[in-house]
Design a protein around this ligand. Structure first.
Ligand code: FAD
Ligand code: NDP
Length: 336
């Protein structure tokens, strides 16, 4: 029996789409807009609290987004994602508020299963845009002050008034921690970097920049044990020297986690080539994975930039490629 197009029979066991997008952040929606405008009738699974996020992704958890071009006065994260969604729908994307639980990429058409269903559905092309999440420590007091002094993105939140000319802390010793701490020196009176060992993981050049910065103090062998504040905003951290056992309070008005991110790749980790940290590997300069017809865009394949604009940009790249492939063109830049 010929596959039945997605919209014609919602109960069919052989429900089939040309392109399925899994994930609904800036990457997924940008892909949807381009694919819909190319008449590929994309179907997006936007997820139902998948990976801990509401449909719309990480930006639904933030207040103002001030670095996305086109919004000179900034825009609330959830409002921006509502606009992305409306634009996807405007051009004909079918959006399903469900999570994809399982996927089989061993043969084309690919098969996938929604959460709580046994029947597979199929697609010629699949775009993985499931995003990532910043790792957190879940310290006592963290829930109270999350986004009220605690953040996992200095570039996103560093400029907000509560952090201006105040002492701030960064936890982590990798390149992200170095980059975020140096970035925060623009706004902070001083930045303390809490490193749990007596050395940094960051590259030599970043480490040197960090340790030689006059507004940065690295607290070696130090961990945070509690987040404290006035009930509304964070104003100090309880910290511990793990070598001496000494505990004290560090007065800071901001805490930024930079202890790594977790890409949402559980769904595909055993089927697509991923790096040691679980990020999907793509052909450099493209969003093509090691399986033809499967593309990855956004934070799920980007451990460096992790921004809305870069995610959206990669969403455009992969949708272009998917559209070309669907149209039968074998574009130059993909060589398998
Ligand atoms: P995400 O935004 O992570 O979205 C992925 C979506 O896919 C989620 O909704 C998830 O539920 C869904 N999903 C996951 N698995 C499945 C599944 N199996 N089935 C269906 N759906 C699934 N960037 C900026 O540029 N500027 C900022 O000011 C800024 N502020 C930020 C503030 C915070 C608090 C955070 C956490 C991040 C911020 N970022 C900011 C970073 C930005 O949000 C991300 O870079 C961007 O959202 C990544 O987009 P994405 O499309 O890759 O995925
Ligand atoms: P990394 O995994 O490299 O570093 C994480 C850091 O957080 C480590 O210092 C680690 O300590 C520390 N850490 C982890 N868990 C805890 C914990 N529970 N308590 C305290 N500290 C903890 O992540 P990054 O995000 O820094 O970098 C990811 C990748 O992206 C790397 O490959 C990096 O090079 C790259 N990157 C490059 C940039 C650039 O080139 N400009 C910028 C940003 C990222 P420990 O060392 O003890 O394990």
């Amino acid at each position: 029996m010929a596959p039945i197009p997605y919209n014609q029979d919602r109960k069919s066991k052989t429900r089939h789409s040309k392109v399925v997008i899994i994930g609904s952040g800036p990457a997924g929606h940008t892909a949807a807009i381009y694919l819909a405008r190319a008449n590929l009738e994309p179907v997006m699974f936007e997820g139902f609290m998948a990976n801990g996020f509401a449909a719309g992704g990480q930006l639904t958890t933030t207040t103002d987004v001030e670095n996305f071009p086109g919004f000179p006065d900034g825009v609330r994260g959830p409002e921006m994602m509502d606009k992305f969604r409306a634009q996807s729908i405007r051009f004909g994307t079918t959006i399903v508020t469900e999570t994809v639980e399982r996927i089989d990429l061993s043969a084309r058409p690919f098969q996938y299963w929604r959460e709580y269903t046994d029947e597979p559905e199929s697609a010629d092309t699949i775009i993985i845009a499931t995003g990532a999440s910043a790792k957190r420590l879940h310290l006592p007091g963290e829930e109270t002050y999350w986004q009220s002094g605690i953040s996992a993105c200095a570039v996103c939140d560093g400029a907000v008034p509560i952090f201006r000319n105040k002492p701030l802390a960064v936890i982590g010793g990798g390149d992200s921690a170095a980059e975020e701490a140096i970035y925060l020196t623009k706004y902070a009176s001083h930045v303390f970097v809490l490193v749990r060992r007596d050395e940094l993981r960051a590259s030599k050049i970043m480490a040197k920049r960090l340790t030689s910065h006059p507004k940065v103090t690295v607290l070696w062998n130090t961990v945070a044990t509690e987040c404290l504040g006035d009930g509304d905003l964070l104003n100090r951290l309880k910290i511990k020297d793990i070598k001496t056992g000494e505990e004290k309070e560090l007065p800071v008005n901001g805490l930024f986690y930079a202890i790594g991110h977790e890409p949402a790749t559980e769904l595909v980790r055993t089927q697509l080539e991923c790096d040691a940290d679980g990020y999907i590997k793509t052909v450099p300069g493209t969003t093509q994975t090691n399986v033809r017809g499967v593309f990855a865009a956004g934070d799920v394949q980007d451990k460096i930039y992790r921004q809305a604009i870069t995610s959206a940009g990669s969403g455009c790249t992969h949708s272009r490629r998917a559209a070309e492939e669907e149209a039968g063109c074998d574009h130059l830049y993909i060589r398998e």
